[in-house]
Design a protein around this ligand. Structure first.
Ligand SMILES: [Mg+2]
Length: 255
């Protein structure tokens, strides 16, 4: 065990699984908070607001600081604010995306944007896709919240933001900057805002290809939990395995 100051927690597969809580997760967060450590929550989900994500965590017995919750939409807004200050944005996404952009004071326009950003949008249409393509052909920078091409639902696997991103990419010939894991922009946003050193940070998650790779690419320690997508025996055979592998969060002693 090592003492970290910034625990960056994945949520789905680490804290809950769909509507089911994952054993020991809420208790782990409480043990962190008892030591004065407020954890961060990093999720590729771009369709929910900070308040909605906070409420979801509360349903699983976790009192989170809303400011410590980073979705890929919130991170995209922070990224635009930091690197493209003053630029206008055309977005495809839910109200959560609009709220995240407004929170950073970003001006959203209906056409001729400097930046196009896409996230999952339940009301996606030909017109929205066409406008995104037109702006990108006119030179707009193309950002996308995540690569997820499909996500599970009660009906089966449904098309995710990555699938619509691929459509725009195919039509324009322009590849986007992806914001979500396995890219490390969420972790960089946490480091930048709070001034942590990389050796004070750790990424905790169930999925090697997103959570653990994001941590490895960012150059911080990683903890793999065997409660979700990637199996422990598989992650141990990787060229770059996680720093730590545990069955569940009860095994992690907070020091
Ligand atoms: Mg996960």
């Amino acid at each position: 065990m090592k003492a970290y100051k910034a625990y960056c927690l994945d949520v789905d597969g680490t804290i809950y699984r769909g509507e089911q809580s994952i054993e020991h997760a809420a208790d782990f967060v409480r043990r962190l908070q008892d030591k004065g450590i407020e954890p961060f929550y990093v999720t590729n989900n771009a369709s929910k607001t900070q308040a909605q994500l906070c409420e979801r965590l509360a349903n699983f017995g976790i009192t989170a600081d809303p400011e410590c919750i980073l979705s890929s939409a919130i991170t995209a807004a922070k990224y635009i604010h930091r690197w493209y200050a003053g630029k206008s944005v055309y977005f495809i996404g839910t109200d959560a995306m609009g709220e995240a952009l407004r929170a950073e004071g970003i001006s959203c326009v209906e056409r001729n944007a400097d930046i196009v950003v896409t996230g999952l949008d339940w009301g996606i249409s030909y017109d929205k896709l066409a406008q995104a393509c037109l702006d990108i052909r006119n030179g707009a920078t193309f950002l996308s919240t995540n690569r997820d091409v499909a996500f599970p639902s009660e009906r089966g696997f449904l098309p995710g933001n990555g699938a619509f991103t691929a459509l725009i990419s195919t039509s324009t010939g322009v590849d986007p900057i992806f914001i979500g894991k396995p890219e490390s922009h969420m972790l960089e946003a946490i480091r930048h805002e709070h001034g942590f050193r990389k050796d004070e940070m750790v990424m905790v998650g169930d999925n090697y290809d997103t959570d653990i790779l994001a941590g490895i690419r960012f150059g911080i320690d990683t903890i793999h939990v065997n409660t979700g997508v990637s199996r422990m025996e598989d992650v141990l055979t990787k060229d770059v395995p996680p720093t730590w592998t545990i069955e569940n969060l009860e095994e992690w002693e907070v020091i």
